[in-house]
Design a protein around this ligand. Sequence first.
Ligand code: MUC
Ligand code: MG
Length: 366
Amino acid sequence: MKITQVEAIPFAIPYRKPLKFASGEVHVAEHVLVRVTTDDGVVGVAEAPPRPFTYGETQAGIVAVIDTIFAGQVVGLDLVEREQIHARLSRTVGNPTAKAALDMAIWDALGQSLGYSVTELLGGYTDRMRVSHMLGFDEPAAMVAEAERMRDTYGITTFKVKVGRRPVRLDTEVVRALRVGLGDEVELYVDGNRGWSASESARAMKEMADLDLTFAEELCPADDVVSRRWLVQQLDVPFIADESVVTPAEVTREVLGGSATAVSIKTARTGFTASRRVHHLAEGLGVEVVMGNQIDGQLGSLCSVAFGSAFELTSRRAGELSNFLDMTDDLLAEPLDIRGGQLVARSGPGLGAAIDPDKLARYRQD
Ligand code: MUC
Ligand code: MG
């Protein structure tokens, strides 16, 4: 089970409609397919979705760092030496998305080699999650129509609404329209991607006090240390830290510092090895967890549901698993199927993710 080759293949697939939010917008999925081959001929895969405006990683940068730094650190190691692999990749402070995709492709290869699904290897709690859909910026009527379509077509009843625009009324009116249009049956929460100040966030949350929100996420920057703590202490819903908690140490700092009361786990940035550490830490700290979405394609969403299904804490809340629906196509040979508001992790072995060779040939950029 020795790793003999690591490939980083850039590909690009357009979105049917762009996803817009306070820190950026995505029109084309310019992702990287990572493939890990072993001496037994097993091939593990995962997907890296760079978010330049958040983590500074780009598609070209991910290909370069894997080819020139990370591949050489793991080739020759056995698939079971996961802590050795983690230690070597962790010498590099940044590049979370590149490290995560490599880590997940190794777990996929390990699962295939041992004959178990990744979910079974990680924890095996269940095999499915409820799905939460992210709604990007648009006019209130268009966002309500989008949510109704997701509910009627896929049975999705949990929605994360992007906020963080100015004036705050632009967003609070959208959330009110969603509550009125969809009724009390749906769950709603908001994500500001650091777009507001702490005081704007407090005002917006007051305006939405009667809308029965489940969570508020990263409404203002974590670096506004004192004012963010002030905000989090006055809210009556958990405050999710997302892009401010890329490492377990950051989770510890934000939670113990009173600047977050829940965490988003994104396998796209912590893979399986470090996501497991974040999960255990969240359990020990006693904070809630939401499986987040780095605007993943189908392979990335399969990784999220594989991890989220593995533990009780991560499968308790709906996971953000559906934004691949906005893409015009994908690389998976067998598309993901959201039904009754749920997504099932594949029974494996590994991730159970076969790549369609014709689609890869069509969309690859190298
Ligand atoms: C989110 O939860 O913030 C937007 C940027 C990113 O990296 O992830 C998305 C969703
Ligand atoms: Mg977020």
